[in-house]
Design a protein around this ligand. Structure first.
Ligand code: ADP
Length: 402
């Protein structure tokens, strides 16, 4: 079985083709600058095997349909392709950002599902229309192929009302579904499953704190395998300090900026989403640049790391209180997997809570999952690489089997 996994954004399509027999990646690619003058496709066949083949095509890509057709032409190219013809694709999986309260799990895509996704556009006005575009085009091109939607929010639908409600007039929840939803669910669920396997226990017997630190950052409290709280909210702005997003701020900041800076609501939203976080604090949002600058004496770069890791520590403490018993803390995604400094600082001073890092193991560079806590640490600490595409593929297999 070959699965085609699509992550359709407003001006880009990320994709992978996975051979499910051995879960190997046949190809990975990115179509970008859709709708701009200079579109681009980059496709890597057989990544990570030592037999990689790169293809780069630069040409105008007016819309998602032509982007998807270009990707398929590349995948079936006689020299650099990984499949002979498009009909070898057995199923298509779509990453969908916001499933609202309607989806507690992945769904086979039908006209009814598409209708519900449309209905959820107000909750994710930037992301859901782009996801829907990808679904529409894929259904046009592959009318016979089963398609599955996997939602970023679904894993967190087990949160209890005490965790997902904002303390604002309840009518806003009833009429407009204003509440916390959480995101990165596919990643949190994937690393939680891997962690349970490594602890040699069923996931349903595991209490975990999973920390996804990439450009976007979030932390999840998992009780007996279910998400019971997570730091991202109604939109992916709440919680931890991220690359360019502020995370938690006083909501009265909006009024202050309006009254004192003459800013409109859209400008404030832009400020909090695109000009804040690590970038807002020190002008950089790639953690590698920030460490380099901090090492060279840049005080604000150092401060940015401190603010981010302090916020992570606060949330870990909060989720320990939520869970009572914690079996393991898991770090994942770009920063979580690669950054020993951020991991160590996030756990600094937590020995009285039963968290003891092994500094040597923490510094070790490895692509595989690894335990980085000391043998006598009551709570284990793990680094587990996330793999959202594989997680989506496994979900697809499950949905199509059921
Ligand atoms: P996304 O959220 O876009 O999927 P990733 O999970 O790929 O992002 O994480 C991207 C971020 O990971 C980069 O912005 C960078 O800050 C960080 N990162 C990647 N490699 C390293 C590294 N070796 N050390 C520290 N940070 C890293």
């Amino acid at each position: 079985m070959k699965f085609f996994i699509i992550n359709s954004g407003s001006s880009s399509i990320k994709y992978q083709v996975i051979e499910m027999a051995d879960e190997s990646v046949l190809a990975t690619g990115l179509v970008e600058r859709i709708g701009e003058d200079r579109g681009r496709l980059r496709n890597t066949a057989f990544p990570g095997t030592g037999h990689e083949q790169e293809a780069v095509i630069e040409q105008p890509i007016p819309d998602h349909r032509s982007g998807m057709l270009l990707a398929i032409a590349t995948l079936t190219d006689r020299d650099k392709g990984v499949i002979r013809q498009a009909s070898e694709i057995d199923a298509i999986g779509h990453r969908v950002v916001h499933g609202g309260e309607d989806f507690r799990g992945s769904m086979r895509i039908t006209a009814a599902v598409i209708e519900v996704l449309r209905h959820n556009i107000p909750l994710a006005p930037l992301h859901n229309p782009a996801n829907l575009d990808g679904i529409r085009v894929a259904r046009e091109i592959f009318p016979e192929v089963p398609q599955v939607a996997v939602f970023d929010t679904a894993f967190h639908q087990t949160m209890p009302p005490r965790a997902y409600l904002y303390a604002i007039p309840y009518a806003l929840y009833q009429t407009d579904r204003v509440r916390r939803y959480g995101f990165h669910g596919t990643s949190h669920r994937f690393v939680a499953g891997e962690c349970a396997r490594l602890l040699d226990r069923p996931l349903s017997a595991c209490n975990l704190i999973t920390i996804h630190l990439g450009n976007g950052c979030s932390i999840t409290a998992i009780e007996n395998g279910h998400s019971v709280d997570t730091s991202l909210g109604m939109t992916p702005l709440e919680g931890l300090v991220m690359g360019t997003r502020s995370g938690d701020v006083d909501p009265a900041l909006h009024l202050f900026l309006k009254q004192n800076k003459g800013m409109g609501l859209e400008a404030i939203d832009d400020l909090l989403n695109k000009e804040s976080g690590l970038k807002g604090l020190c002008g950089m949002n790639d953690m590698r640049d920030i460490h380099r600058a901090a090492g060279a004496g840049d005080v604000r770069a150092r401060l940015a790391v401190e603010v981010q890791t302090y916020r992570i520590r606060k949330y870990i403490g909060a989720y320990m209180a939520v869970l009572g018993r914690v079996d393991a803390i898991v770090f994942t995604a770009g920063i979580g997997e690669n950054d020993p400094i951020v991991r160590a600082e996030s756990l600094k001073g937590m020995e009285p809570f039963g968290v003891r890092l092994d500094p040597e193991r923490n510094r070790l560079r490895d692509r595989d999952a690894r335990r980085i806590s000391a043998p006598d640490s009551a709570i284990q600490v793990w680094v587990i690489p996330t793999n959202e595409e594989l997680a989506i593929a496994r979900e697809m297999a499950r949905v199509l089997r059921d």
